[in-house]
Write a new protein. Structure first.
Length: 304
């Protein structure tokens, strides 16, 4: 059992999970707002030996240096790699602090977002930003059937998006660090990045946070009349080159401002950003809560 567990910001846990946290520590403190800065984070942590946080704060060495009692940090958000994490995992590990995170809790909502926006685009459902009736992307309403779709990053969410598009008749090509045997069995084409970009009508980037793969050479292969979805937590592109590409007859879809990057893009006529995290559903909160509690349980009792 921990002596003191502090959630330094809201965690999006379901009420039953928040209640269960009290069984893991003698004292539990949960803050209802996001700390303003590193000093405020350090003040909230104080002499706690366990810390919980979500994706909205960055817990770095500057803060942890002021909190010598911390032994465990639980990320109630995705952890894919130390480089993309919002916790300084290298510093924490060097100090003997265990850091846990979770994966694959909000992917279903992201898949639904991509399908929903793509179908609206292809059919011309809804209205434009100026309130005028939308028109089908190709002038005539079309189905996903036969569309060439390129997935950049065929991890869990990328694979689910590929499967959903394939079910609706899309031709799937993908770029990833290596070829996936399960994708080969489904006849998804594993191609070099530039080939995926040039051959695909719609391109979906499913990359870890702070991973940038689209630079000047890549945008040159994308050229014109493309639909780009970014489902990551940060832009997958070099902004200067993106600025030139988006001025052409292209479209870019992001669910959150974090995925889009700069706020000024929200007003661009070729950008569609709903400013809502598509993975934050009631079912995702259930999955998140279960995994956060499981991580703490395993840390406190590895043999359980």
């Amino acid at each position: 059992m921990f002596s003191k567990l502090v959630a330094i910001e809201p965690l999006s846990l379901i009420p039953a999970a928040e209640k269960q946290l009290h069984s893991f520590a003698k004292e539990v403190i949960m803050y209802p707002d996001i700390p303003a800065d590193a000093d405020e984070m350090a003040r909230r942590i104080g002499d706690a030996d366990a810390v919980l946080l979500s994706y909205t704060s960055n817990l770095g060495a500057e803060t942890l240096e002021k909190c010598p009692h911390v032994k465990y940090i639980g990320m109630a958000c995705s952890l894919y790699s130390p480089e993309s994490a919002n916790v300084d995992i290298t510093y924490a590990n060097n100090r003997g602090i265990t850091v846990t995170g979770i994966r694959d809790y909000g992917d279903e909502g992201v898949v639904e977002y991509v399908l929903s926006e793509l179908i609206r685009c292809l059919h011309g459902f809804g209205t434009n930003k100026d309130g005028s009736p939308a028109k089908p992307w190709n002038g005539l309403a079309r189905e996903i059937t036969g569309m060439k779709a390129g997935i950049i990053g065929l991890g869990k969410s990328g694979g689910m998006i590929a499967d959903a598009l394939h079910f609706l008749g899309a031709d799937i090509a993908y770029f990833s660090r290596n070829e996936k045997q399960w994708a080969r069995e489904k006849e998804y084409r594993f191609l070099p990045l530039n080939d995926v970009l040039s051959q695909s009508e719609v391109i979906i980037t499913c990359l870890n946070k702070n991973t940038v793969l689209l630079h000047e050479a890549e945008f040159a292969h994308m050229d014109n009349r493309k639909i780009l979805f970014n489902t990551g937590l940060s832009p997958a592109w070099d902004e200067a080159t993106f600025a030139q590409w988006i001025e052409k007859d292209n479209l870019c879809y992001c669910d959150t401002l974090g995925a889009l990057g700069e706020k000024h893009w929200l007003n661009h006529p070729h950008v569609r950003c709903v400013q809502v995290s598509s993975g934050r559903t009631s079912q995702a909160f259930d999955r998140l809560s279960e995994k956060v509690l499981a991580n703490i349980t395993e840390y406190l009792d590895p043999n359980k």
